[in-house]
Design a protein around this ligand. Structure first.
Ligand SMILES: Cc1cc2nc3c(=O)[nH]c(=O)nc-3n(C[C@H](O)[C@H](O)[C@H](O)COP(=O)(O)OP(=O)(O)OC[C@H]3O[C@@H](n4cnc5c(N)ncnc54)[C@H](O)[C@@H]3O)c2cc1C
Length: 160
């Protein structure tokens, strides 16, 4: 996407080869305004109030590159250590939820990338957030013996 709007794009990766969707990787490698820097590490983003450049280390040494912007994409890790056994996690550290966004612990709901949903997308996270909100509302209503939101929205008179 950046190739079509930026004068020059530096694609910097710590690995020795690009990994990802083959078609996308191909269009990156073939674009004339994309410079690939492989086996390289960004040491510093340089600038005061505004990004002016980056300091990059690769096999040739350390170089300063002038850039107007930096987009960081460093993979995906669910930061759930702080939960410390409170709710069940899968082997990737993601919070296990059911289709009502309920976790293994009653009254705790989870939504978004941090859950074990297989697709990490904005609309999915937002939808899960909506479900978690409604499920949490129903949880509290049930505790109070009050009506809950039902899927048909027609009646709130049951707590089933
Ligand atoms: C480079 C990139 C491109 C993407 N492109 C697309 C796209 O084109 N279309 C699409 O649909 N999706 C895209 N996604 C995925 C999308 O961004 C995510 O699915 C979505 O942002 C997940 O929303 P979320 O609310 O679950 O998590 P996040 O948006 O990650 O929000 C979690 C928030 O919690 C904060 N946080 C973390 N730990 C704590 C803590 N202990 N205490 C307080 N706050 C904390 C974080 O700082 C963050 O602000 C992209 C993701 C990336 C990284």
């Amino acid at each position: 996407m950046l190739c079509s709007i930026a004068e020059r794009v530096y694609l910097i990766s710590r690995s020795s080869a690009l990994v990802g969707h083959k078609d996308l990787m191909g269009s990156c490698s073939n674009a004339r305004n994309v410079e690939l820097l492989l086996s390289a590490n960004v040491l510093e983003i340089v600038g005061d109030n505004k990004v002016k450049g980056i300091k990059v280390k690769d096999a040739q040494g350390i170089k300063d590159i002038e850039v107007d912007g930096v987009f960081v994409e460093l993979g995906y890790i669910a930061r759930t250590e702080w939960l410390n056994g409170l709710v069940e996690l899968n082997e990737k550290g993601e919070i296990v939820v059911n289709n009502k966004q309920e976790t293994s612990r009653a009254g705790i709901f989870a939504a978004g990338d941090v859950t074990d949903t297989p697709f990490k997308q904005l609309v999915i996270s937002a939808g899960e957030g909506a479900k978690a909100g409604l499920a949490a509302y129903n949880y509290v209503q049930r505790l109070k013996g009050k009506p809950v939101v039902r899927s048909d929205w027609k009646t709130l008179l049951t707590n089933k």
